[in-house]
Design a protein around this ligand. Structure first.
Ligand SMILES: [Cu+2]
Length: 248
């Protein structure tokens, strides 16, 4: 094969790979699309991402264009050419020190605020659930006393039912290896580590089924370690809980 043919084939292969990659995004309303959040936490995380993405993209384009321009415009044209020798430029130095300072301050305020709010403990009136991860499945235990049986054991479920518009406080525990709890449309992933309890909170602002999965390779059955978060109206949640409690 000649070089030209190889280049053509490489071009086609890249185009096909890129199309396949984009197809993975599905429609913009995809089931696991972090850009189409179903709750306040995921929405805030998306907004913070966009807040950083836009200036970063603008800077990338400006810097790349400037480098290209400078490389071409000021290239050495002959062997004995010497560029004008300069030493420092006070105005430029001040400008490119202050500009990033302003930009970083602009990004820092909502980011730091977000870090504290997203990392806080769940409110007392939240629905408290312990997520138990093990090779290779999940178990959900409802920790609030009203969901305990006569012996004080928590109500358990195979899928995570939650009432819509109510905060859910999650504690993560693992029975074996490190897993990672991820429901893309509701909140970013958090590791589930044996011997340690990680905590997070989220809510669903729209009723619906939100697919989640283990996001940390945890052995041969990892790919099948999926679950659904099923957000329903509060009355429907109460009815489901009653049914669960009646049939242990
Ligand atoms: Cu896992």
């Amino acid at each position: 094969m000649n070089v030209r043919r190889v280049r053509q084939l490489a071009g086609v292969a890249i185009a096909v790979a890129f199309a396949a990659l984009l197809a993975g995004c599905g429609a913009f309303g995809g089931d696991q699309n972090t850009f189409n959040p179903g709750g306040d936490v995921a929405e805030r995380q998306r907004d913070l991402f966009i807040l950083v993405l836009i200036p970063a993209t603008v800077i990338l384009i400006l810097v790349s264009a400037a480098i290209l321009y400078i490389v071409v415009r000021f290239r050495r044209r002959s062997d004995d050419e010497m560029p004008v020798q300069v030493h420092g430029n006070m105005r430029l130095e001040i400008a490119w020190t202050i500009a990033p300072l302003i930009l970083l301050a602009f990004i820092a305020v909502p980011t730091v605020d977000g870090i504290f709010d997203l990392g806080r403990d769940a409110r007392d009136d939240a629905l408290h659930v312990r997520v138990v991860a093990f090779q290779w499945d999940w178990r959900f235990e409802y920790l609030d006393p009203e969901y305990a049986d006569a012996d004080g054991n928590p109500m358990t479920a195979e899928e995570l039912f939650i009432p819509v518009d109510r905060e859910v406080g999650i504690e993560l525990s693992s029975l074996d290896v490190i897993h990672s709890f991820w429901v893309p449309k509701l909140a970013g992933k958090l590791d589930v580590i044996p011997g340690r309890t990680n905590r997070m909170w989220f809510n669903a602002t729209e009723a619906g089924v939100y697919p989640g999965q283990c996001a940390e390779f945890c052995g041969i059955g990892h790919a099948g370690m999926k679950f659904d978060v099923i957000a329903v109206e509060p009355a429907e949640f109460d009815a489901w809980a009653l049914e669960q409690l009646a049939s242990p």
